[in-house]
Write a protein that binds this ligand. Structure first.
Ligand SMILES: *Cc1c(COP(=O)(O)O)cnc(C)c1O
Length: 467
């Protein structure tokens, strides 16, 4: 069969990105070069697979499919229904869940929207929720507010009270949580974090939630890959609702999932599904759902269990190596993929180490450490091993990374001393033209480029910048 020619004004619809939009194409290529040439230690990031990237870039993005499989608002959804059902099935399988006990909504656009939909499903406006405080490692969407301002919609539309870690141990103070809950009487207790290097006491949390007939929700965003890989305790036995992002340790596309209990008797299934659509979202991103399904299939494989194991081994190797240099870590170690590095003993702020690491192609983020005096200048940084484990780094490579980080701290301290000021702008000015930084950067690039790159072929990058 022959196909008619394209209208001249429509030829743009079939030209490659490279030909059609060189500006965007080169930004993409430059970003690929940056990803390949650096050491990615941001704990919330990962490198997804080629198959996930391919699924994410499909014409599935064209389709509207508001509603659920078999109950859509638009026609033409026979394949989309098949896709979404397969994604749901794989989500339950990846976490070893019985479909009679658990169901899942795979439509949330991201972790934050999944959480807001979950709150919408579980509680009413002004109801009371408790979540781990942001400076204790919790997430914005767990009720965060400051003294002056309600920051997150989870504190704007609901009444929130945080629980915290004990600053001396870095561990959650469950006793104080129980006492405060007895006064606050939450309707919802949220567990899960973005910067907590320890395991969770889900049974204790369940007990506290039950004291107030509250729901228990776990936001396992950071550790869902470890849970799928049996390298972290599963929250499912104890929780009513479990949310997650799909792009952190789970290594999928950027999106969210909401798991709900079917055996609870208060119709969580309908409440969650209604909350996602129509309460909080419109049409699902079907290209993303395809990519989630691919990632979930991978997450259920024996190879992914090896990956999850290596993620932890690498984080532990980094933690031990940093401790051997005499550095202080929150909780003293890690049991998962992330490390909270307290820089207060070095008298160096997290912001400064983040900035200088950027200059040597090591990507990290500043992070508050429980007990910090100021929330504006966080006292530490957060490091994670999930992304570089996807690039096949092993324990000895993370020992090398500890050495790079140690050298970076030494340079930072010398520069801070020489500049005779504690101000960031003086620090940045004093860093210009530093030869030790140039040398370290060269070594980091060479080291980083010696490892493979998931998702794309690093030898075929057409960057327009030099790194
Ligand atoms: C990252 C994260 C989120 C938010 O995810 P986004 O996709 O960035 O919206 C929510 N909860 C926790 C615990 C997270 O770590």
């Amino acid at each position: 069969m022959s196909v008619k020619p394209v209208d001249p004004w429509n030829t743009c619809l079939n030209t490659s990105l490279e030909q059609e939009d060189p500006e965007i194409f080169s930004i993409v290529e430059n970003e690929k070069l940056r990803q390949w040439s650096g050491l990615e230690l941001i704990a919330s990031e990962n490198f997804t697979s080629q198959a996930v990237i391919e699924a994410n870039g499909t014409p599935l993005t064209n389709k509207y499919s508001e509603g659920l499989p078999g109950a859509r608002y638009y026609g033409g959804n026979e394949f989309i229904d098949e896709l979404e059902r397969l994604c749901q099935k794989r989500a339950l399988e990846a976490f070893g869940l019985n479909p009679e006990v658990w169901g899942v909504n795979v439509q949330p656009y991201s972790g934050s929207t999944a959480n807001f939909a979950a709150l919408t499903a579980l509680i009413k406006p002004q109801d009371r929720l408790m979540g781990l405080d942001l400076p204790s490692g919790g997430h914005l969407t767990h009720g965060y507010q400051t003294q002056k301002k309600k920051i997150s919609s989870s504190s704007i539309y609901f009444t929130s009270m945080p629980y915290q870690v004990d600053p001396t141990t870095g561990l959650i103070d469950y006793k104080r949580l129980e006492e405060n809950a007895a006064l606050f009487r939450p309707q919802l207790l949220i567990c899960g974090a973005s910067a907590y290097p320890a395991e969770w006491e889900y049974d204790t949390l369940r007990k506290i939630a039950d004291q107030h007939s509250a729901y228990l929700m776990c936001d396992m965003a950071h550790i869902s890959g470890l849970i799928a890989g049996n390298e972290a305790l599963s929250p499912f036995e104890f929780c009513d609702i479990v949310t997650t992002t799909t792009h952190k340790t789970l290594r999928g596309p950027r999106a969210g999932l909401i798991f709900f209990r079917r055996d609870k008797g208060d119709d969580l299934e309908n409440r969650v599904n209604q909350a996602v659509f129509p309460s909080c979202q419109g049409g699902p991103h079907n290209n993303t759902i395809a990519a989630i399904a691919v990632a979930l299939k991978q997450a259920a494989s024996p190879e992914f269990k090896q990956y999850a194991k290596q993620v932890r081994a690498n984080a532990l190797a980094l933690a031990k190596a940093l401790s051997n240099y005499g550095y202080k870590l929150a909780t003293g170690t890690t049991v998962n993929h992330l490390i909270l590095w307290d820089l207060k003993p070095q008298k160096l702020t997290g912001s400064k180490l983040e900035r200088i690491c950027d200059m040597v192609n090591i990507t990290i983020n500043k992070n508050s450490i429980a007990g910090d005096k100021s929330a504006v200048t966080p006292g530490g940084v957060r490091l994670g091993s999930s992304a570089l484990t996807s690039r096949s780094l092993k324990e000895e490579d993370f020992v090398k990374i500890a050495e790079f980080l140690h050298r970076t701290v030494q340079i930072a301290l010398a520069v801070q001393e020489k500049s005779g000021s504690k101000l960031m702008k003086d620090f940045v000015a004093a860093l210009q033209g530093n030869e030790e930084i140039a040398q370290l950067r060269k070594e980091v690039i060479e080291f980083a480029r010696s490892f493979p790159m998931p998702g794309f072929d690093p030898t075929k990058i057409k960057a327009t910048v030099a790194i």
